[in-house]
Design a protein around this ligand. Structure first.
Ligand code: XMP
Length: 313
């Protein structure tokens, strides 16, 4: 990894313009990696790359709006496609985590291929970074999760793949984003979205519930740690398929369990669970169960990576 962001930005920009002999299309999830790439494309090759944000229906609340504002601010050539129904219908009845990831990856590609055909794109740009392909079985390693931006790519894809960020790590991405004026307070968010945080079958009802809990959790963390530098590296809620007995008001309930995962790491390859104050956890737990009567239990994940991955699926 060479030098400072001010050297690296022009290097990446010339890599992008040198790689694209025709039009390109970029899948932007709104996460740090693909957003950085969208901005680099806007700066280097302008409208030659169409940036597509697919609303999978598995996003956080208001994600599309946030992403669209950002695209406008950085003069990105973009299109927002709402494919929520397609994703949710293909995920119906599927409980296996690998299967879910593969379906989401394939659906992404299906959506892109049709848009790419319309747009005349010959290249598919992706914000894959080093931990993505290392953990997906690159370099002869065991497949940990067929995930990230690699899983589900059909071999006979009609588009040529360009991955300008493939040798970078998360901390590089953060530095580059800060250098370009992108919001680095945005925590990493997995491509398959809430689907990997809803264990078991993904339904619309569960997505809506987890969207509420996610918003509440993120707001609480931002309030508890006003300085973005002091926040956990990643912080989110997971909806478990485990129902337990509880009491809501004066009635017995049989409700969902939510796991909170706050995590600190340097590069997402290994790391440890955050140790927030018990007071904070108590407040958050109470707020989650008060605002969401279908949840009656909140647990905190105290597993490091390894052995646990950051996400639960
Ligand atoms: P794991 O769960 O493998 O996650 O320890 C490491 C980091 O990667 C994020 N993650 C993903 N990012 N597409 C992405 O772009 C994905 O499919 C994906 N799965 C996990 C995860 O949130 C963590 O930051």
């Amino acid at each position: 990894m060479p030098s400072s962001p001010s050297d690296l930005v022009p290097e990446l920009e010339s890599f992008i313009s040198g790689s694209l002999l025709g039009k390109g299309i970029l899948a932007c999830s709104g996460g740090q990696d693909s957003t950085l790439l969208a901005v680099l494309c806007a700066r280097s090759v302008k409208d030659k790359v169409l940036v597509v944000f697919v609303d999978t229906g598995l996003m956080r609340k208001n994600e599309s709006k946030r992403v669209e504002e950002l695209f406008k601010k950085f003069n990105v050539n973009y299109r927002i496609v709402n494919s929520s129904e397609l994703f949710l219908s293909r995920l119906r009845g599927v409980t296996d985590p690998e299967e879910k990831r593969k379906i989401i990856g394939k659906t992404f590609i299906d959506v892109f291929e049709s848009i790419a055909k319309e747009s005349g794109a010959e290249y598919l740009l992706q914000g894959t970074i080093a931990p993505d392909w290392i953990e997906s079985g690159g370099s002869r390693r065991e497949v940990i999760k067929s995930h990230h931006n690699v899983g589900g790519l059909p071999e006979k894809m009609n588009l040529r793949l360009v991955e300008p960020l493939r040798d970078l790590y998360k901390d590089d991405i953060r530095e580059l984003s800060a250098h370009l004026g992108l919001d680095t307070g945005v925590q990493p968010y997995p491509g398959p979205g809430l689907a990997v945080r809803i264990l078991g079958e993904v339904t619309e009802e569960k997505v809506r519930l987890l969207q509420e809990i996610t918003e509440l959790t993120e707001e609480a963390v931002r309030k508890e740690y006003p300085d973005p530098e002091k926040r956990p590296w990643q912080y989110f809620a997971v909806l478990l398929p485990v129902r337990t007995t509880g009491v809501h008001g004066d009635k017995r309930s049989y409700g969902y369990t939510v796991a909170l995962r706050f995590f600190d790491t340097f590069d997402a390859m290994s790391g440890s669970f955050t140790k927030p104050s018990m007071d904070f956890l108590e407040r958050l737990s109470t707020s989650i169960t008060n605002h969401n009567p279908s949840v009656n239990r909140v647990v905190y994940d105290i597993t490091n990576k390894p052995p646990g991955t950051i996400e639960w699926e």
